[in-house]
Design a protein around this ligand. Sequence first.
Ligand SMILES: O=C(O)CCC(=O)C(=O)O
Ligand SMILES: [Fe+2]
Length: 366
Amino acid sequence: MSTTFSSLPIVDLAPLQAAQGPSDSELKDLSTQLHNVFATTGFAYLVNTPLTFRHADVFGLALEFFNLPQEEKMSLAKQSFRKGNTNTYRGYFPTQPEQASDNLKEGFEIGSTTSVETRSNPTRDSRFDLSEPNVWPAKDSYPSRQRLENFYSELQILSSRLLSLLAMSLGKPADFFDPYLTDSLSTLRLLHYPPGETAATTTPSSSNDTYSRDNTTTPPPEPSDPVKLSCTPHTDSGILTLLHQDSTGGLEVQDSSGKWVPAPYIPESIVVNIGDLMAKVSGGRFVATMHRVRAPPASAISVDKQPDAKMKDADGSRAKFGRFSVPFFFEPGENCVVRAVDDDTGSGIVYGEHMRAKMKTWVEYN
Ligand SMILES: O=C(O)CCC(=O)C(=O)O
Ligand SMILES: [Fe+2]
């Protein structure tokens, strides 16, 4: 049950780093901790994760992409942004200030590196191919492709381990959700929020026009508290989200009373939250919490970015300014039938159909 809170809990994943693996009692303890945070705040920080990527590595990968010339980024744009392109689901999306002044972000998304041919029975329609291959800049423009793919794999493995712990916490065997992950559609997204002067002052939008797999819903009104947003209030739609945010700040999470609680930067931490799908699968025990991002101030340049040699601004790119974040949306396969763990009625929803229906309401696909 969602609760009030004034800060997010911290879950220490150090036991997952042990060479000999966690003990049974450590696993049980982690499972209970995760259950408790996801049943209350729905959001937590993870520290001492087993990832080999440090924050500087992660934001280096993002900066290298966003510092590419705009035309090169647009050559990777999804079809809804560049008609001649064939990629419908993976690739680049630019900021769209004319569509949503409270949703100012550019992004680059990749899915699994498993080739589509090896995937079982993808259901395609003419508009969106959820299993389409990734698109990439030329090798010498983006030498970090392999590292980004490795990062995706590490995040998928970590998410799977967390999902096993959640299965245990719901009274199921650790491998209960393994079938969900056949041909998983997880997405790794690099995000850049340009500095605040371009973001309009706004009361939070009631539009559903987020550029993402986010589920944007109407937040409670805040007439006395107009804020500049660059990511409009939403819940995420999948199983879990693992978020790397830089030190700019601005992420806020809504508690059950409607209050927005800051989720400030904690060095080397990952923010984790439950998506709509996992809230449903848990039979309502876990909560998919609303969150948003304040527009970064015009002066925003976080310490993570400063020492990087790639900061040179040859083409006038302003990518070094603003906020960077890297969410990983952990999602099941397209053909996965999703139902609540204790629901024996046989009903369920096919995840791919659910995603396609949702995408029709997102501005980037219309
Ligand atoms: O940039 C952030 O910190 C959050 C992004 C987010 O919530 C999303 O992309 O779903
Ligand atoms: Fe989100």
